[in-house]
Design a protein. Structure first.
Length: 306
């Protein structure tokens, strides 16, 4: 699963100090759309679905007119025969007979052929119906997918005093709870790091970066909230440090914040800024808050680990 739960943005890379980022490579449930993502919380501000292209109707082909049927010339009527009783000098007043019915049909003009296809109004109505059927399902799917991510995440409280602490090693070891598994694969302390674009991010003077690669898996039957803020960092002097994952320091793949559904695994980097003189760090995570007493997972790092 993509680590960016809020919108599945594949090209999230906001500028330093920017508040919004225009994501052009997002997708969910087989649909593509563009969106605006907040650089600090990765919340989805707005989106524009990309509807499926509507095929243009085939151009109208001119119909060939049927071959003209030759119309024979009308046959002149035969002269009337005078009756034997009539005088040869009497004028003839008889009218000529009408042409046959079939002959009259052939002389009548044919109706012009009607063009095939829809008229302009019909095309407009058809396109409006297709757009309606495409946009409404896309909006419904997007709203359902982002509903839990747009809600404010709860602020994690301090670790309970009566909790049981279980210590784990970085690498391939998982810290397993009733409904989740947590693993910290690597921890690195540096004074600067380089992005894929070649840009170097340097820590403030007399400060260092602490970068931890974290994986979380939902093994239960219901969703739970995950965020970099749920991983607490403290040094040997008892000083606690808030994570700076979504601050002004850009990192290639930040650990996501949102609702983790059953069967899904997410991963990413959590960043802290610590004094260069501080040592003896410990990362803690409330692994089983529902048990009595609660269970805390702990990862410790000394001077020999850097």
């Amino acid at each position: 699963m993509n680590s960016d739960i809020c919108g599945n943005c594949l090209n999230f890379d906001p500028e330093p100090g920017g508040k919004l980022f225009n994501c052009t490579r997002a997708g969910h449930a087989g649909l593509r759309y563009g969106m605006q993502v907040r650089a600090d919380s990765r919340a989805c501000e707005a989106f524009v679905p990309f509807p499926a292209p509507v095929p243009e109707p085939a151009p109208l082909q001119p119909q060939k007119s049927p071959p003209s049927v030759p119309v024979p010339d009308p046959v002149p009527p035969a002269p009337l025969q005078e009756s034997a009783q009539q005088s040869s000098s009497a004028p003839s007043n008889a009218a000529a007979p009408e042409p046959p019915t079939e002959q009259k049909r052939q002389t009548m003009p044919e109706d012009p052929p009607r063009p095939a296809g829809l008229c302009a109004w019909g095309k407009t109505i058809l396109f409006a119906i297709l757009a309606l059927f495409i946009l409404l399902p896309a909006w419904s799917i997007y709203s359902c997918a982002t509903m839990s991510d747009t809600l404010p995440l709860p602020t994690p409280g301090p670790m309970p005093d009566d909790a049981i602490t279980q210590t784990f090693q970085t690498g391939d070891e998982w810290a397993a709870g009733p409904d989740r598994k947590i693993r910290i694969s690597t921890v690195e302390r540096v004074d600067s790091y380089r992005l894929s674009s070649g840009e170097v991010i340097a820590a403030p003077r007399n400060m260092d970066f602490l970068l931890a690669t974290v994986l979380s898996m939902n093994t239960g039957r219901s969703a739970f909230v995950t965020s970099p803020a749920y991983f607490l960092l403290a040094d040997s002097d008892g000083r606690e440090y808030a994570d700076q994952t979504y601050s002004n320091y850009r990192i290639p793949k930040p650990y996501p914040a949102g609702s983790l559904t059953p069967g899904v695994t997410v991963s990413g980097t959590i960043l802290w800024v610590v004094p260069a003189s501080a040592f003896g760090f410990e990362i803690t995570y409330l692994l089983d808050p529902a048990s009595s007493p609660p269970v805390i997972a702990s990862w410790t790092f000394g001077e020999d680990d850097w």
